[in-house]
Design a protein around this ligand. Structure first.
Ligand SMILES: *Cc1c(COP(=O)(O)O)cnc(C)c1O
Ligand SMILES: [Zn+2]
Length: 500
């Protein structure tokens, strides 16, 4: 529909008005810092930042049901800028005018309900939210849509000149950053730093395909991150890692979509998110809290972070139940199939601590938890899910394994319904599936395939070599008929088919 096709009383708030008073808020010294410059850490104390709308209270003039109606009506609009996550503009980054919004197809990812059999196997009611169906095939596109829209705004309206965007990545951040930056070429150029051999071939191909400059660095992600941070402090670059608080805003849309798709009723719901740099779980909590503050939802869902035993600093931190006794210790990561979450020193840890505290203040205690899963469980659950109609990556398998663990621990009760974050598309991480099917995992992963979950192609050569077709040597006539018949019969035999 076009805006003028809506009833007059609905037209007033249909299009978001540019506005709000956004500031960077330091999580260390609480300083409020202007957004005219791109900042990643506090110039006073070095802590990470969150973006806060100091005029958020103006949004309370519209009651919760009013917002629900606005968001639902916007779904019917055919304006590209409001097709994606900016249909929640007032909750994200209302300072960005619609003419600067970048929309590459992100958002609107589906909740896909698990089949009865898969639910029974998992011991819980659940669905996946398929964030692998975003344009670069991971949830990172939500954050990049806001970060690059803001850069676009600075270029278009604030004379920012040419921008060089830069990020370190476990694979998906760089794929997404390079994609969104390439849309703004030549005003924006992009460079990405990857840990050599620690991203999948698909993830490496993505920034290359988008024309980014790709630098491979020895070590693991945490090492890359340090190099990028050093550069961001000394050179004129736009940092697109999750230190960039604009990305957190964009990723909040994940929560808004869940709420909207469940008709804003989150009673008895549990949201499971794999944790790497901890930006996503920060955004998920922040998003739900904004909805609650505006009366758009009446109940906050439980939030459960999931980490692999091979990269579990956040899990370890929350093992201590007394907040006063918790001690933050980064860990040295080991090889993990949840490679996109293989981070020992998450940048957003201070955000998690602060937002989880606020979340529990608002929702009650024990509404945020972190569980740990084994590498074996991650693989088994990814493959089990995909054998039942899903397209989840290893991190999606981690979400599901986390749900099973949370059920065992009683963190999720039998009547609760979970939403597992399928953070990227299965095809980005097929190498791990391949190792599982071939039983070729290097020992450091500690993964052995379960025989019933393995799958391999079977060769069918029902006749002698010279009776089979080959590239450039097609068969014809009787020879062809013989080949078709023999091959079909051999396949039917293996499938145990009876002739009609
Ligand atoms: C980035 C990423 C994660 C981890 O998210 P954080 O925000 O770093 O905690 C999980 N899964 C996939 C597929 C990712 O790309
Ligand atoms: Zn500070």
């Amino acid at each position: 529909m076009r805006p003028e096709d809506f009833a007059p009383q609905d037209q007033k708030h249909l299009l978001p008005q540019a506005g709000g008073e956004l500031v960077y808020r330091c999580l260390g010294c609480q300083a409020a810092l202007g957004i005219e410059r791109l900042l990643y850490t506090c110039p006073h104390c070095g802590q990470v930042l969150l973006i806060e709308d100091q005029a958020f209270d103006r949004l309370r003039e519209i009651p919760g049901p009013g917002w629900r109606r606005i968001f639902d009506l916007r779904r019917m609009l055919n304006l590209p800028a409001l097709k994606g996550i900016f249909r929640y503009a007032e909750l994200l980054a209302p300072v960005i005018p619609l003419d600067s919004v970048l929309y590459l197809g992100e958002g609107h990812t589906p909740l896909v309900e698990a089949s009865a059999r898969l639910k029974a196997a998992a011991g819980a009611e659940f669905c996946f939210k398929n964030d692998g169906q975003n344009p670069s095939a991971s949830f990172k596109d939500r954050g990049m849509a806001v970060a690059l829209s803001y850069i676009n705004y600075l270029v278009k309206h604030r004379g920012a000149g040419q921008v060089l965007s830069i990020c370190a990545s476990t694979g998906d951040t760089s794929a997404s950053a390079a994609l969104y930056a390439s849309y703004l070429a030549p005003a924006v150029k992009s460079a990405v730093l990857l840990p050599r051999g620690k991203v999948t071939p698909q993830q490496l191909s993505q920034p290359l395909g988008s024309g980014a400059m790709v630098f491979e660095i020895p070590g693991v992600f945490d090492d890359c991150m340090k190099v990028v941070e050093y550069m961001a402090e000394r050179y004129q670059v736009a940092l697109l890692n999750s230190k960039n608080a604009w990305r957190i805003l964009g990723q909040e849309s994940y929560s808004y979509e869940i709420a909207q798709d469940l008709d804003y009723d989150l009673t008895g719901r549990v949201v499971l998110v794999p944790i790497g740099n901890a930006g996503n779980i920060s955004a998920v909590m922040s998003g739900f809290m904004k909805l609650k503050e505006l009366g758009i939802i009446s109940e906050l869902p439980k939030v459960i972070g999931v980490q692999s035993e091979h990269a579990d600093p956040v899990f370890r931190f929350y093992q201590e139940k007394d907040p006063g006794q918790r001690v933050w210790r980064p860990v040295t990561v080991q090889a993990s199939v949840a490679q996109a979450a293989m981070i020992g020193n998450p940048v957003s840890m201070p955000r998690v601590v602060e937002l989880a505290r606020r979340y529990e203040e608002m929702a009650g205690s024990e509404r945020v938890s972190v569980v740990q899963v084994r590498e074996q469980e991650i693989m088994d659950h990814m493959i089990l899910a995909n054998r039942h109609g899903h397209v989840v990556c290893t991190q999606g398998g981690e979400s599901l394994a986390g749900l099973v663990r949370a059920r065992e621990l009683g963190i999720v009760g039998p009547g609760e319904q979970a939403i597992c974050d399928a953070t990227a598309h299965h095809l980005k991480f097929v190498g791990f599936q391949q190792m599982y099917f071939e039983d070729s995992f290097p020992p450091e992963f500690g993964v052995k395939p379960r025989p019933e979950l393995r799958n391999q192609p079977q060769e069918v050569a029902a006749l002698g070599e010279d009776e089979l077709p080959a590239p450039g040597r097609p068969l014809s006539g009787q020879a062809f008929d013989k080949f078709v018949q023999a091959t079909a019969q051999e396949i039917a035999r293996r499938l145990g088919l009876e002739e009609r």
